[in-house]
Design a protein around this ligand. Structure first.
Ligand code: 0RA
Length: 649
């Protein structure tokens, strides 16, 4: 109590006589975060904005991992701020002699201070977004901290990381926990709009990964009817996760096969189930961080799965003596699996720091999964036959696919004569400098061919139906003309034979009309890339071209608008009689010069890089939009109809 009062007096100490070296260090730390936000949260766009929320939520989840918290409430407020409230121990409030301020203020203002306290061993902090809640503080216009602990309720306010009050004890309370409410700083972030879908996806995922924790989400921003508060709570943990991923699909057995074990302070959990699709989905987490790029835990899992199933299939005589072993490939088709491991000192590598690098983990996961699989298959032998039946079919289909693929790969793609007739290639041969525009329709393709800079821009017009790859196996996919010409032009192969060094263009643009048909074609193409050439997206090669929606002419001055909002802003003060507005219904309405100027000229165009922001959300969307089940698609369209309103004005 005493300490807190003292703190209340010295809290906003900048400028006071007691302003000392430590305060300077603190300011420099947070100043560094504001100068280079990207170093701490990835970027300053939508992705970084969402990371702020993840960071605060991760801190609450750390309390849950340490066994002190089972409830986390996330609210998006109408003013644009977000609050995260937990029922953990509460951030310590006592005065910190060494730092000359309260422990809470240390946590909020010193980079990586969280680690100085004794928290749970497997804390999320230290991982991908484990930069510490002080980073959120530094990047917030304001932040309000409320703590309930030791019989009292405490509060403190910050602006851009600097305390504007001390830590004040407001009243008695026998509650426990921490609430952080923050307003992201619009000086830092280019995009200030949170996506409820993205946040819900991560919160749901965290609830699956932490059974027993209840996470709620409420979107209180105005005018979103149909959005109700959500509660995520799954006693079944990653078993429920797999069931969720396979909902609406036929499965080879129920419930999912589940394995857990631990070795050398690493704990391993795996749940898996086969479904009736042709796609493999393995979602892997290390200390709750989604390791999109895989890593040693995933390799260990694959080795063990293949070995255990082969061993058991031989034992049960489902593989005869003369049959070769199933390969890892044979066992992928229709596999849905979630891997969650917790380890000390995880090493994250790769382009996006989402690849687990710890070498010893491979063997640990391998042995736990192998033993677990054998026990599970002995206890529930009914699981084995449907798995083997599927694998045999997959193997046969792969044989057929290899033949189809050989056709696609025939010849040297660098040889101009082998390229599909309609490609207008660029003269530059350096992939890093070359761009490919995949254009819907012949007439738009024609404009693009005439308008382009042929030195580095290639045009591939598409005609004919693009196959929905969600519903077909690779052999059938590769027999589709549109898919074949895309694969052949890219030169890098598809599926397991993907080879990044042969990719002929490092910027690939999807260019389709801004109407419903265009959106459909774009989704089909995105599905093809996402399912069969995900590395192209992961490595940042895929873009969506953004043609303008309107051309606005006033006298001789012409400008282009890319959204209805743009148009409203541009024409706000203008005399409607003197302004001529043309709405582009399709790319074909633009002449070559206009198409170049608005959509293809690197000095002028607006481009949108496609990213797998959230692999699971993306997977879900593709499944919903392209899969068999009608009901989820109808629901999705109803929920999102208003967002696409500008498509058919
Ligand atoms: C430092 C030490 C302890 C807990 C926390 C920080 C903590 C931080 C956050 C951020 C959001 N919610 C949080 N809950 C706790 C350990 C406290 C103790 O030992 O009693």
């Amino acid at each position: 109590m005493e300490d807190d009062i003292r703190e209340a007096q010295t809290g906003a100490s900048a400028g006071s006589a007691e302003y000392g070296a430590k305060d300077i260090q603190v300011l420099e730390g947070l100043e560094a975060v504001r100068k280079r936000p990207g170093m701490y949260i990835g970027d300053q766009s939508s992705r970084g904005l969402h990371h702020l929320v993840y960071e605060v939520v991760d801190n609450a989840i750390d309390e849950a991992l340490a066994g002190f918290c089972d409830k986390v409430d996330v609210v998006m407020h109408p003013d644009g701020s977000v609050s995260v409230k937990d029922n953990g121990r509460g951030i310590p409030t006592e005065y910190h002699e060494g730092m000359g301020k309260s422990a809470a203020e240390v946590v909020m203002t010193v980079l990586h201070a969280g680690g100085k306290f004794d928290k749970g061993a497997y804390q999320v902090s230290g991982g991908l977004h484990g930069v510490g809640v002080s980073v959120v503080n530094a990047l917030s216009r304001w932040l309000e901290l409320n703590i309930e602990r030791d019989g009292g309720k405490y509060t403190q306010r910050y602006e851009r990381g600097v305390p504007t009050t001390g830590l004040v004890r407001v009243c008695d309370s026998d509650g426990r926990g921490t609430e952080v409410r923050f307003m992201a700083d619009d000086e830092i972030f280019s995009d200030m709009e949170y996506s409820a879908d993205i946040l819900k996806g991560r919160l749901r995922e965290l609830a699956f990964l932490n059974p027993g924790v209840t996470i709620t989400f409420e979107d209180r921003r105005a005018e979103i009817d149909g959005e109700r508060p959500r509660t995520y709570h799954y006693e079944g943990g990653i078993r429920s996760f797999v069931e969720y991923l396979n909902r609406g699909k036929e499965t080879a057995f129920k419930p999912p096969l589940y394995i857990s074990g631990s070795k050398e302070s690493t704990t391993v959990e795996v749940a898996l189930q086969y479904n009736d699709t042709f796609i493999e989905r393995v979602f892997a987490f290390a200390n709750l961080i989604n390791t999109i790029e895989g890593g040693t835990h995933v390799s260990g899992f694959r080795t063990a799965l293949t070995r255990a199933i082969n061993d058991e299939a031989r034992r049960a005589k489902l593989l005869r003596e003369k049959d070769p072993n199933f390969t890892g490939e044979d066992l992928k088709e229709g596999l849905t699996a979630v891997i969650s491991i917790k380890l000390l000192e995880p090493q994250f590598e790769g382009q996006t720091k989402t690849k687990l690098g710890n070498g010893d983990v491979k063997g640990i996961v391998d042995s736990i999964v192998y033993e677990g699989m054998k026990i599970a298959l002995e206890e529930t032998p009914e699981m084995l036959k449907p798995i083997c039946d599927k694998a045999i079919k997959a193997r046969q289909a792969r044989e057929a696919a290899r033949k189809a693929r050989d056709l696609v790969h025939r010849g040297n793609p660098m040889n101009k004569l082998d390229l599909p007739g309609k490609l207008a290639d660029c003269s530059n041969r350096d992939p890093a400098e070359s761009e490919l525009y995949i254009v819907e329709g012949d007439s738009a393709g024609g404009s693009a061919k005439q308008g382009r800079d042929r030195s580095f821009q290639a045009i591939l017009p598409l005609r004919g139906k693009i196959l929905n790859v969600e519903k077909a196996r690779l052999d059938k996919i590769l027999s589709n003309d549109v898919v074949r010409s895309i694969v052949q032009v890219l030169g890098c192969g598809i599926g397991d034979s993907y080879n990044p060094s042969r990719l002929r263009y490092h910027k690939i643009f999807l260019m389709a009309d801004a109407d419903v048909d265009g959106a459909h074609i774009r989704t089909l193409l995105l599905t093809l890339f996402y399912r069969y050439m995900p590395q192209i997206i992961e490595n940042g090669h895929l873009y969506v071209a953004q043609p303008p929606l309107f051309r606005v002419q006033e006298g001789k001055a012409v400008s282009y608008c890319y959204s209805v909002k743009d148009l409203k802003e541009l024409t706000a003060g203008k005399d409607p009689k003197r302004v001529n507005i043309q709405r582009y219904k399709g790319l074909g309405e633009m002449n070559p010069g206009q198409l170049w100027e608005t959509t293809m000229d690197p000095g002028n165009r607006i481009i949108l890089r496609v990213r797998v922001e959230d692999a699971i959300l993306a997977d879900e969307l593709f499944g919903i939009l392209m899969g068999d089940a009608v009901e989820p698609r109808r629901e999705f369209i109803e929920n999102h109809a208003r967002e696409v309103r500008n498509l058919d004005i």
